[in-house]
Structures are given as C-alpha cells and as structure tokens.
Write a protein that binds this ligand. Structure first.
Ligand code: GAP
Length: 513
C-alpha cells in the first residue's frame, strides 16, 4: 500500500477509535489544532509517564518542574525569540497561498531522493536476489545524476540558510522552477521573515495592559528557575531539570496531522554542566535518548540521527532524532548543546546573577547546558504509525491492529463475558473490579466475541480475557494475545502475575538501566 494511503488511514482510524479529533469540529475545525479523545489521552499520558519516569526516577540528579505558560515578556527578548524566532515565508501571487520558503526547497530536495528510491526499487524487482544496491547506486547513471543534483542543491541551500540570505532563498525557488501546488504557477513574492510567537495582552485596562506571549518552548521556564531549583533542592552540578507542558507556535505550514501543530506539548530537560564538559554530556544524552526510543520495539532501523549543519547562534552541537513516519524520516526530538547562552542572556537582561558556586573547583561560573527536547504529539504520531498494521486473516477476513508497545497501550486488558446471561456478566464484573486497580481495563459485553476482539485490536489492547461457563466451575478464563491471537486458559488468580511483567512501565524502564 502506498505510504500516502497508509497515512490517510491512520488519520481516519485515530478519529474513528477516539484517539485524535480535529479541534472545534462542529464549527468546521481550526487549522493545526487537535483534541485527544478517550484513547488518545491514555496513550499520551503513558508516553509522558515513560519519559518523566525515565528522567526523574532513573536519574537521581534530574528533578521536575511545572512553570507557568505566561512569563515576563523580557524573557523572550533575552532568549532571542522576539528578534529571531521566525520562518522565511513566500506568497504565490496567483493562489494567494503562503508557504515556508525553506520547506518548498526541502520538498524539492526530497523529490531527488524519491527518484533515486524508485530506480533502486525498480532494479531490485528486476534482478531479484542477485541485486547489489550499493553497486547499483555507485554505477547507475540516472541515480548518479539525481544524486549530484541533490548534493549541489543541498549545499547551496545550507549555505543560504547559514547566511540568512532571503533573496538567494527566493532565487533557489525560481531556479528550481518550483510551482505553487494550488495555482501551478511560479509567480512568487519576495521572501520575508514572520515571527511565530502568539501575543496577547495581560491586564484589565487598555492603558495598563502589557503584551505577553504564549510560550513557544517550555525551556525558558526552566532557565529562569535554574537557581530556585538548584538552591531549594541543594543540587550539585551536573544536574537536570525536566518539564512537560504546552507550547504554542503560529506555524504557517501546518500540515501532516499532529506533526506540526499550533498548540502542542513538549517534554524538555535542561542538563547543567561545567563549562568545557558539555560535548561529553551531549554524547551521553544522545546515546541515552536513542536507547529510550529504540526500546519501544518499533524497529531500530526506523530511527536515525540527523546532525545539524546549520547551528543556532547559541549552540555548539545539535542533532535530531528522526523517526520514519509514513511521509519520510522526520524530527521527533532535538538534542542541543546550548552553551551558556540562555543563562548568560537572562543574567544580562534581568541584572540577576545566574551563577553556580562549584565547591570542588572553589569558583562560580555560568553553567553550560545540554537540552533534550521532544514533542509529545510527534512521539504520539510515531507510536501510532509504528504500531498500525492491517493483517489478512485465515478465511479472507482482515483486521486492523495497533501493535502498541504494551506499556503504552491505552487499555491493557479487555474483560469480555462470552454471553450476558447465566451469571457470566456478573462474574466478569467481579473480575473487572478486582483488576481495575492494577491495569486500565475495559469491560465489553456487546456483539459477538469476534467483533469485540476486533474492537480491542483496533485500539491496541494487548490482552483480552473471556469469561465462559467453565469460569464459573473452575475459576479459569481464556486469555488472548493481541499480536499472535493465540488463546490459553489460565487461572483468574494468575492474571495479575502474567500481565504485570508484560504490560507494566516498570519492565520497560528496567531495560533502560
Ligand atoms: N527548546 C528547544 C526547542 O523547542 P525545537 O526543535 O523547536 O526545539 C523541539 O522543538 C521539539 O518540539 C521538536 O523536536 C518537535 O518534536 C516538537 N515540536 C516543535 N514544533 C512543533 C509543532 N509545531 N508541532 C508539534 N511538535 C512540535
């Protein structure tokens, strides 16, 4: 199935089964804003718990924080967001549609990759097992031609971004003959910078009101509380502060479902270290974070690092962890070595010292910072797309199953009486009442057992137990595994011990250390 079709199916599946709804749908929706439904919120909470526990339980020197969304407006001046948090935009004069100039060029670059992939796939099909991909790519003239065009454009694009040259950015679009997807024309305006922060006013009267911003990242709440946490927690460097919270960006190119949203959630951790030790810590956190992703078992080959060529003015190293979404490898997490830029800048703008006295070195300094920053919603999308499967069953039937990592599944156990009569429903409810404190359970007595299994497959429930007449006689149930669909008979008393290991967050976390 084409990846475009898979993605469309994932989007409609998540609406049909209560994962993600378009926001304000009865009023025709709001661009790039989404609501999480009954299953979505459970999955999201489990993702957040996996991250939070991995940071704060597994690292004695990482503590949490929950800072306010509204912050003093000068914070955004100090952080550089007022002056430099912008995207280069270009309008098509015919369709009146606005685009990110850099995204238009990135999409053009991706076309060369697509062409190369098509050549490789075609040849692989033709030559079968004898096909040598490396040799093919090194010798096929069409592949070499596309690769050299891609490389040349990539170098020109990277240089232009580094220099912030907006007219050259437009020139690339013109030279590449990129057309507006709506009008099909090349009638472009100049490229302009557009700030992404949402602004509002705080205060009751027009005269007394001051302009405030909805935070575009949670990180600044951590920086301005650095000394509060360090002193009140008697933290010693190196230490980290972790935070989960909403962030807001007025994204212009808001596509790809929950990948690029205007209101989204971040899980960020700032790790404060001695100056000069930051690159060593950067390497450590890179390793820790990729392990966290890969442990979910969604395929090691689906992750890769993308080291930044263009470093932000405050960074001396940066990389993205990318996941292979149905629309290609995309950034899910950023790991940045932010130097002492943020703390020094807040020191300058606030006039307050942001220094740490290091008792071992017997001196004060502004710590350097390693940041790990992951979007909850992008992580959610990677888990959803990595888990979505359509399977053909014996007898010609098909099933859609979400093969979530069990610890992240919204419902861990479905409790299904075979029929409602003969005391089976009562027995099932009794079992549910004893298990609901252990796992998120769902009781379902409607429709045939086959239909109920399908419904649980569609929301990714790892186990279903069925209560039948034998249950009343010998206190056993059948337990069905979501992925293998195999069933076995087990004692009611052993349900907790069997499932505990399989579905608990603890099992996942233990593998991290
Ligand atoms: N404090 C650093 C920072 O905010 P970023 O690369 O701009 O860095 C970090 O964002 C992460 O936040 C990204 O890797 C992505 O997962 C998520 N993110 C950023 N913009 C987003 C958006 N518009 N919608 C959803 N997630 C977003």
């Amino acid at each position: 199935m084409a990846q475009d079709d898979v993605f469309k199916k994932i989007v409609s599946h998540s609406k049909e089964y209560g994962f993600v709804f378009p926001s304000s749908e009865i009023y025709d929706g709001m661009g790039a804003v989404y609501d999480y439904g009954q299953n979505g919120v459970e999955l999201k909470n489990n993702i957040k718990k996996y991250w939070w526990d991995s940071m704060t339980l597994l690292n004695e020197n990482v503590v949490g924080l929950d800072s306010a969304i509204f912050m003093h407006p000068t914070i955004w001046k100090a952080s550089g967001h007022v002056d430099a948090f912008s995207d280069p935009l270009i309008d098509n004069k015919d369709s009146k549609k606005r685009y990110r100039a850099d995204v238009l060029i990135e999409e053009h670059l991706a076309k060369f990759e697509d062409k190369i992939k098509k050549e490789v796939d075609k040849a692989a099909k033709k030559f079968g097992e004898a096909f040598d991909e490396v040799q093919f790519k090194a010798t096929n003239t069409r592949v070499l031609d596309n690769e050299s065009k891609r490389q040349a454009l990539h170098e020109r694009f990277a240089k232009t971004l580094n220099e912030g040259d907006l007219s050259e950015l437009r020139q690339i679009i013109v030279d590449c003959e990129i057309v507006c997807p709506v009008s099909g024309t090349r009638n472009w305006t100049e490229v302009r910078q557009f700030n992404l922060m949402f602004a509002t006013e705080m205060g009751s009267t027009a005269e007394g009101a001051s302009k405030v911003y909805l935070r575009p990242e949670t990180a600044q709440g951590i920086f301005v509380n650095f000394l509060n946490v360090q002193k009140s927690g008697r933290m010693k460097i190196p230490f980290g502060i972790a935070q989960i919270g909403k962030a807001f960006r007025n994204e212009i190119v808001a596509r790809q479902f929950i990948f690029r949203m205007r209101e989204f959630e971040q899980m960020e951790m700032q790790f404060f270290v001695r100056p000069g030790e930051e690159l060593e810590w950067f390497a450590k956190w890179k390793e820790t974070r990729i392990k966290w992703h890969k442990l979910l078992g969604m395929g090691e080959e689906k992750y890769r690092f993308h080291d930044h060529e263009k470093l932000a003015h405050y960074a001396n190293a940066a990389t993205d962890i990318e996941y292979q979404m149905p629309f290609g490898f995309k950034e899910v997490e950023g790991i940045h070595s932010r130097t002492d830029f943020d703390l020094s800048s807040h020191e300058k703008f606030s006039g307050k010292k942001m220094q740490y006295f290091d008792p071992e070195l017997n001196k004060s300094y502004v710590p350097f910072v390693i940041e790990t920053s992951i979007g909850v919603d992008r992580m959610f999308l990677s888990v959803l797309s990595g888990s979505y499967c359509e399977e053909k069953l014996d007898g010609g039937d098909t099933r859609v199953v979400l093969k979530f990592p069990p610890a992240l599944a919204p419902v861990k156990l479905a409790i299904l009486p075979l029929i409602k009569k003969d005391g089976l429903a009562e027995k099932a409810k009794e079992i549910m009442n004893s298990l609901k404190f252990e796992f998120t359970c769902q009781y379902d007595e409607k429709d045939s057992i086959g239909k109920r299994y399908r419904r649980q497959d569609a929301i990714g429930t790892p186990y279903c137990i069925t209560i039948d007449h034998q249950t009343l006689e010998d206190q056993t149930v059948t337990i069905r595994n979501r992925d293998t669909m195999l069933q076995e008979r087990i004692a009611i008393d052993s349900i907790v011990s069997k499932l505990e290991i399989e579905v608990s967050m603890k099992t996942l976390l233990r593998k991290l250390i």
